[in-house]
Ligand binder design. Sequence first.
Ligand code: NAD
Length: 449
Amino acid sequence: MRIAVIGTGYVGLVSGVCFSDFGHDVVCVDKDPDKVAALREGLVPIYEPGLSDLMVRNVTAGRLTFTQDLASGMKDADAVFIAVGTPTRRGDGHADLSYVRAAAVEIAPLIDSYTVIVTKSTVPVGTNRKIRDLIRQTNPGAEFDVASNPEFLREGAAIDDFMLPDRVVIGVETERAAEVLRAIYRPLYMREFPLVTTDIESAEMIKYAANAFLATKITFINEIAALCEKVGADVKAVAHGIGLDNRIGRKFLHAGPGYGGSCFPKDTRALARIGQEHAAPVHIVEQVIAVNEEIKRQMVAKLTDLCGGSFRGKRIAVLGVTFKPDTDDMREAPSLTIVPAMLGGGAEVRVADPQGRREGEELLPGVAWCKDAYEAADGADLVVILTQWHEFRALDLERMSSAMRTPQMADLRNIYTAEDARKGGFTAYMGIGVAGFANGSDSEAAVGF
Ligand code: NAD
């Protein structure tokens, strides 16, 4: 198959590289000249494990090219994938479809033989039909179908997720379009993954419902964690105990500082908005959004408490600022709420993050960037673990605590335990929904009877 992919961000680039690895001829198109220039030199503009090697391999094999010129990219294409961003529109929470619309406007006049226009971007229900109508109006003679093929990859594990998907969802109006998409994904059939073929509206809805469900699961355990702290329960034990129930499942039950990232925040907002517009409000999702914001605020309050009521004059080491490990993506990361609050409160903030600096320098002005956790913690009053990067999972706590002014730890990912921290020379430890201690003594849960 010949495939054009529009947009070389986290989704477009991974899709293009993986499709070419399947053996298809792929042209990746982006309007950002710097990105295209870098990609042509074999440089991957994002951090995604394994992506660089796979990209270079397929470029060398002659199956993958990059261009700014959509016309050449679309020449003889069987399918064109739209993988541009759909961020939150300013002001109203709706998905901003201007990039998708612009891509459709550019595609329309270039269709010269039967082509399937596939939307990989996450778009509200009805968007594919709008794309179809727009193309029909612009180029009435065009032979094409539209299709929805939402993407479920996770940053940090994107290649594996694309190559070994839990499922591939395709929403189509015609058997002809379904055949093209089946041919594109055929190389995966060896592994017998479920291919869900449905109508376009359902495919569009599947993506929002999946993300909203996952965001709900995270938020649920975060609220349970806050309650665990009050009653003296351990959220890790609770998550384990409920997660072993197959109906619940163990994943996405790790309490933390609130979800962030490129998808959950914007997709929950968009789904809430879609519900309101159709007079079928999704109350659960609306609550999830509000609770997640509240959780991030609670983190700031708890950290302030740990600093004795004020950040002023404190030196704080922050370990990890990306929204999760194995990505450089900072979009809506909890760090973007928590770090500015510390700086605003008068703290000196020293950050270590294996990949976060490039994005973070602009987003977090005023912090000092350190080469590792130990440099960040030097002379600090508090170390805050915000992202569970591998290199923060086996720290030499004694080395760290002995170099700190006040050895206190806020472990917002529950990597360590109070016991680990105590043994490692810390005088205070705060996790999420687990036992902690302050000034060397255990915190007490207030339980009435
Ligand atoms: P991104 O912002 O990283 O990349 C978008 C790219 O599209 C940019 O490189 C931009 O220059 C390019 N672009 C925009 N308009 C263009 C045009 N008209 N022609 C050519 N290039 C154009 O976005 P992303 O994170 O890859 O997300 C893309 C879509 O996939 C979104 O709808 C998102 O919700 C969805 N999605 C993202 C993820 C994820 O983990 N990032 C996972 C699943 C689905």
